[in-house]
Design a protein around this ligand. Sequence first.
Ligand code: HGY
Ligand code: MN
Ligand code: MN
Length: 450
Amino acid sequence: MALTRRTFCGALAGMSVAARKAEPMIHAGRLRGHMEELSVYGRPARGSFADGVSRVAFSDADVAGRKYVMGLMRAAGLEPRIDAAGNILARRAGVEPGLEPILFGSHIDSVPSGGNFDGDLGSLAAIEAIQTLNERGITTKRPLEIVVWSNEEGVAYNNGLFGSRAAAGKLVPGELDHVWNGVKKSDAVRKIGGDPERIAEARRGPFRAYLELHIEQGGNLEKAGIPVGVVEGIVSIDGYEVTVRGFANHAGTTPMPDRQDALVAAAQLTLAVHETVTREPGRQVGTVGQLQVTPNAPNVVPGLVRHTIELRDLSSAKIARLAETIRARAKEIAAQTRTEITMTLASHHESAMAAPEVQAAIEASAAGLGLRTTRLPSGAGHDAQAMALLGPMGMIFVPSVGGISHSPRELTRWEDCARGADVLLATVLALDGDRPTRPTAGTTTARVPR
Ligand code: HGY
Ligand code: MN
Ligand code: MN
């Protein structure tokens, strides 16, 4: 269901007055203000919040957005640092410095013409949680570490979760030598303050738990009328690069039977992906999202097409099997169209299950705030799946209006953003083991209406 711009703006306006069911612990107005300010970086010219952002990793807009977010961290009394992979990290001391930290955050890079909530909510809510702890005079037992991961989306270099994979020691050999848009990845990492020569230093130590607040990017929570989702697991994602070589020729004088039309072959392969993935029951998905035609001229038979194929499912074995079926279809299509088709695995992200103890902590925290929860899988990939390789992980979802994401129409109601941030903060405190220590006289961790 496409949200019209009118509906979108109406929903935005309506949100500020909507009676909140549970007053947030965090400062909802401040979180909203930061979300609106961040959305300026990568906004289309003469656009507004409703026009979303293009803040693709390593772009100037990404650099500017990162600078803004680091300023917010400093305003929250933190000293942000950028690690060798370009991840922004900031640590708040705990009473017992030797304990493993609680790590939480997300990303702020976006897809082209993306939304204002994907990644941004989890990143800004992490800072808001720190700010709220400061204002309440609460010192946790454990150190708290917040993070903004670099290049989560992977639009740049067609391989996502870059910063979190570097932290988990899961970069692909030679990955920093890849070139995209004429720029080597190592130079792009330098541009955002990373240090590719010391990329091994981005490997991170153990943590008590990793938490990520994120919009659902699907419609389940909204349909169910439930404000908080507790993620069970994150899908496995395989990304393929396909090259279709035909023969560029005159569009007027080349008879149809004599053509080796790379785009006709690619179109048939795109349909084959759709047919293969939809042919069997299950939640698997397959997408051809990016396609380049060469020479891309109206009066030339396409000689070369490069495109992607992305397959996702909780089972990596299933998507590997589907890929083999697609590969066999590609062979048949190549023969029929007298083209050459190659299909190369460019990226693989293993599926990851959330830790039961972290799921339980999220559920108990939400219940303590009077908020209903439900468990659900994540069809979107997240940095949390890289962190799951290092320690217990958990994700908190909040509803996406109309289930829309990776679009300027991406929208989560401000009250849901605030409640998600509340659950994040409450879960951090719960995972800290004890009730917060040293609340100064007169402060409370109870919800104080703002
Ligand atoms: O593509 C994804 O699933 C995520 O939004 N990076
Ligand atoms: Mn995301
Ligand atoms: Mn995304």
